[in-house]
Design a binder for this molecule. Structure first.
Ligand SMILES: Cc1cc2nc3c(=O)[nH]c(=O)nc-3n(C[C@H](O)[C@H](O)[C@H](O)COP(=O)(O)OP(=O)(O)OC[C@H]3O[C@@H](n4cnc5c(N)ncnc54)[C@H](O)[C@@H]3O)c2cc1C
Length: 175
C-alpha cells in the first residue's frame, strides 16, 4: 500500500503537463495522496423496522463503473416517493417495497462494477488463461453490436421505477 502511494510522488499533474497549451492553467499543490481500496458490499434487506439504509451505507461498488452516487441518488428518490405516498395516502405499500425495489438496481450495478473491474484490468496474480478470457471478452465487445449495447445499457443503468399512480410528486423524467 505504501509503495503504491509513493509511486504517486513523481506524478505530474495534468495542469503542469499542459502548461504550454493555452489558456494557461494554474497548478495547485496536491495535499493528500492515498491508494483507494476497492471493494464490493451489499447490506440486505436495506430496511430494519423504522431504519432505512440508502447509498454507501447500504452498498459499496468499486468506482470502475461510476455507479455509487447514481445508486445513492436512486435510493433517495425511491425513498422520498415512498414516504410521500405514506403521508398522502396512509399506505405503507411503497415503503414495504423499498428494499426490494432498490436492490434490483443495486445488484445490477454491483455486477457491472465487478465486470468493469475484472475485465479491463489484469490481476497481477492471474494466469495466462485468465488473460486470454479477458482479451476474448474485450474483443467481443469491440466487434459485436449487441455486446456493446449490453455494456452501454449497463452504463446508463436500470431505470428508477415510475412514480406511484395518483401521486403528484416524483421525478418527471425516466432515468
Ligand atoms: C474515488 C471515487 C470516485 C468515485 N466516482 C464516482 C463516479 O464517477 N460516479 C458515481 O456515481 N459515484 C462515484 N463514486 C462514489 C460516490 O462518491 C459515493 O457512492 C456517494 O458519494 C455515496 O453517497 P452517500 O450520500 O451514500 O455517502 P457520502 O457521500 O459518503 O455521504 C455521507 C455523509 O455522511 C457524513 N457522515 C459520516 N458519518 C457521520 C456521522 N456520524 N454524523 C454525521 N454525518 C456523518 C459524511 O461526512 C458524508 O458527508 C466515487 C467514489 C470514490 C471514492
Amino acid at each position: 500500500m505504501t509503495e503504491g502511494v509513493k509511486s504517486f510522488e513523481n506524478h505530474t499533474p495534468t495542469a503542469t503537463r499542459h502548461a504550454n497549451s493555452s489558456p494557461k492553467k494554474t497548478c495547485g499543490p496536491i495535499t493528500v495522496k492515498s491508494v483507494l481500496p476497492t471493494r464490493s458490499h451489499v447490506t440486505e434487506p436495506m430496511r430494519h423496522g423504522r431504519i432505512l439504509l440508502a447509498g454507501d451505507a447500504a452498498h459499496i461498488v468499486p468506482p470502475t463503473g461510476a455507479k455509487g452516487l447514481n445508486l445513492a441518488t436512486g435510493d433517495v428518490i425511491i425513498l422520498a416517493r415512498a414516504l410521500t405516498h405514506l403521508k398522502q395516502t396512509g399506505s405503507t405499500q411503497l415503503l414495504d417495497a423499498y428494499s426490494e425495489t432498490c436492490l434490483e438496481r443495486v445488484w445490477r450495478a454491483e455486477h457491472f462494477s465487478y465486470f468493469m473491474t475484472t475485465t479491463p484490468h489484469p490481476d497481477p496474480d492471474q494466469s495466462a488463461f485468465d488473460t486470454r478470457l479477458q482479451l476474448s471478452q474485450l474483443a467481443r465487445i469491440a466487434s459485436s453490436r449487441s455486446a456493446a449495447a449490453e455494456l452501454a445499457q449497463n452504463y446508463v443503468g436500470v431505470p428508477i421505477p415510475g412514480r406511484p399512480p395518483g401521486s403528484r410528486t416524483g421525478c418527471r423524467r425516466r432515468w
